[in-house]
Write a protein that binds this ligand. Structure first.
Ligand SMILES: [Cu+2]
Length: 251
């Protein structure tokens, strides 16, 4: 019923998040309505009238207990209701997959690294893209999330996926997108001056489309040209090096 409220869900675990989101919206919405209706009614009922004197009260203990216990119970119930989704998405080991990308956040880009033909990260045939990720649809994607400088947050609204990237740690997350398309990947953590411009795109391809893209962009260039790789990486190193030195850039 509140589906118009959220961006389209294209993730296998999106529904697990959405119904909780909607439930919480109903609870807080109804509570807000009750509070405001009561407040307006009381404003009218107890407004100043000729001959009316203020009455002093020390409150009502029963009422205090009720409005403390009821919200506490609601929170406890919400905790239990959200535990399965939290456990499935965040706590358990991700579903097995042979598709992994490494995402390194830095001020103010997403560096997306593919392991190359050898399937291993940290080797010469790795291929790094800036601010774009390409993945096949209907495939579990493991994201190894890192940060090079400060805390960033990997956020894909349509995937219902959000995870902080923390310097010094590699955090494993996962998603499985169900619909080909182009989805925004903003940084959701205020990470510095250029934070609002820190944005990438995730391209979800159909299986064949992805194979085609990978053949053109991952394998073809990675194999014959180690030099190409270096060229692609050089500007990245420069900007990374230039950031901390600031005005002292040599060129
Ligand atoms: Cu950021």
């Amino acid at each position: 019923m509140l589906d118009w409220w959220l961006p389209e869900n294209v993730s296998t675990y999106g529904r697990d998040i959405d119904w909780l989101f909607h439930l919480i919206y109903w609870i807080t919405g109804i509570t807000a309505l009750l509070v405001f209706v009561t407040m307006i009614a009381f404003l009218v009922m107890y407004k100043d009238r000729p001959g009316r004197r203020a009455r002093y009260t020390h409150g009502n203990t029963t009422l205090e207990i009720v409005w403390t216990v009821v919200p506490s119970l609601i929170l406890v119930v919400l905790t239990f209701l959200s535990a399965p989704a939290w456990s499935k998405i965040k706590m358990q080991a991700p579903p097995p997959s042979d598709f992994a990308v490494q995402v390194t956040a830095k001020q103010f880009n997403w560096q997306v690294t593919y392991p190359g033909p050898d399937g291993k990260f940290g080797t010469a045939d790795d291929k790094t893209l800036l601010d774009e990720m390409h993945v096949p649809a209907n495939k579990v994607v493991h994201v190894r999330l890192r940060s090079q400088d400060v805390i960033h947050s990997f956020f894909v609204p349509q995937f219902r996926m959000k995870q902080d990237a923390v310097p010094g740690r590699e955090i494993m997350q996962w998603f499985e997108a169900t619909k080909p398309g182009k989805y925004e990947l903003p940084c959701a953590e205020l990470c510095g001056f250029g934070h609002s411009g820190m944005k990438g795109w995730i391209y979800v391809h159909g299986a064949e489309d992805y194979q085609k893209w990978a053949a053109e962009n991952l394998r073809a260039q990675a194999a014959p040209a180690a030099t190409d790789d270096r060229k692609a990486e050089e500007p990245k190193k420069d900007t990374a090096a230039a950031a901390p030195t600031g005005g002292k850039a040599k060129r």
